[in-house]
Design a protein around this ligand. Structure first.
Ligand code: SF4
Length: 411
């Protein structure tokens, strides 16, 4: 019976305390975060030791799990630093540690009693023998490589009794995830140390060695060809299949993403899981939720290696770049005592006369026409036709809204 289906954990990224709070409010069952070292988002904000502590406490107070990401490659010279870092964080109550390097797997066990070790995508596990080898090393969960087929995923789950996690949404590498030296070669930034410059998405030309300044387009259309440029993964329409296969956790990529992206993505996946639980996840619901996901800034979506028959679609990106159908226009920034209404921090410009869509945790999006904008500046309130970035404004037309609301306007 569908009603008895076990709904997997929705695992959401957070690059800082602000996005973590949005992830939690919008329905994450677990969040993954990184410290200042040894995780693959070293250019993200990441968390200081005291922030890691605060994050775990915030999540636990709301019954949300917190996983620490420690998944970079460890060089011999870094072992003392790794030990120091583990020593600094050993009293923080994480629900799991995400690792790929054998040194981390081994050392974590000496600093934490019975740690829940989750094997990172960076370990590129593609079969059940690999999964069970990590089980023997003490792993509780393995994140399966994004490059496998769905038929292989089902076999892997049948052949192990530990938890299997899959990425369902976010950026894809054109190489096997993380096993890539392109960024280090092109920009001196090592993807295996969390410094990827996304060199695979740059524009490339062909040059013959005797003609150094003559660049030939590798043309597929008049915008040139981004030969390595992958689409974004989106498995929302396949969630029912993943659940039937017995997946334990559904992971969203993006520890560098904004609160708006996190809110909109988590909202859509949480809603999908609710529909599945209630046996209502039909084609109409899938279409509706995919339209919601289209409102976030994204590249063309793909169902990835797991469900594609023809991998050409992965790079079929028609003009490339991010698709921005909606403008992220604002977030709540407290309450005005004077107006008894939310103060809105403006992120991108909007004008009176535009329709603003408001997304709130656990509610359907609603649209309101903005007739009046009151700008609050140095205790001086004035009416304006335009709200500009970083303005604090009152929008009487939207009334009271959840403090984690996201405001957006169709482009
Ligand atoms: S350069 Fe592209 S393929 Fe390589 S690690 Fe970075 S995102 Fe992945």
């Amino acid at each position: 019976m569908v009603e008895n289906k076990k709904i997997p954990e929705l695992l959401v990224p957070a690059g800082n305390l602000k996005t973590l709070k949005y992830a939690v409010e919008y329905g994450a069952d677990a969040v993954y975060i990184g410290g200042k070292k040894f995780n693959l988002r070293s250019l993200g904000n990441n968390f200081s030791v005291s922030e890691l502590e605060e994050a775990a406490a915030y999540c636990h107070a709301r019954k949300v799990k917190t996983y620490l990401t420690l998944n970079s490659i460890i060089f011999e010279s870094e072992i003392p630093q790794l030990k120091d870092f583990l020593n600094e964080i050993k009293d923080i109550d994480f629900d799991g540690v995400i690792a790929s390097d054998a040194a981390v797997i081994k050392l974590v066990k000496t600093y934490y009693k019975n740690p829940n070790i989750h094997i990172s995508t960076q370990a590129n596990v593609t079969n059940s023998i690999g999964v069970n080898m990590y089980k023997d090393l003490g792993a509780k969960r393995v994140n399966i490589a994004r490059e496998i087929k769905f038929s292989d995923l089902k076999e892997i789950i049948k052949n192990t009794d530990i938890e299997i996690e899959v990425f369902v949404h976010g950026a894809l590498c054109i190489s096997h995830s993380g096993r890539c030296m392109l960024s280090k070669y092109m920009a001196g930034r090592d993807a295996n140390k969390g410094e990827c410059a996304h060199s695979c998405r740059w524009k490339y030309y062909l040059m013959e060695e005797e003609r150094p300044n003559l660049f030939f387009n590798i043309v597929e259309d008049n915008k040139g060809t981004f030969i390595y440029n992958s689409r974004d993964l989106c498995l929302l329409s396949k969630l029912d299949l993943l659940i039937d296969a017995g997946v334990s956790a559904l992971k969203i990529e993006g520890r560098m993403k904004t609160e708006s992206y996190i809110a909109q993505t988590v909202w859509a996946y949480k809603k999908a899981l609710e529909y599945i639980k209630n046996n209502e996840f039909d084609e109409n619901k899938k279409d509706f939720l995919l339209k919601e996901l289209n409102k976030c800034s994204h590249r063309n979506y793909t169902v990835g290696f797991m469900f594609l028959n023809n991998y050409k679609e992965l790079e079929d990106n028609e003009g490339v770049g991010y698709i921005k159908n909606y403008r992220f226009t604002g977030v709540c920034n407290g309450i005005s005592e004077k107006y008894n209404l939310p103060l809105i921090l403006v992120k991108n410009q909007f004008k009176a006369g535009e329709n603003i869509e408001i997304l709130q945790p656990g509610k359907m999006p609603v649209e309101k026409r903005i007739k009046e904008i009151t700008v609050i500046k140095n205790n001086n309130d004035f009416s304006s036709d335009t709200a500009n970035p970083n303005d604090i404004v009152i929008l009487k037309d939207i009334g009271k809204i959840n403090p984690y609301s996201i405001l957006r306007v169709k482009q």
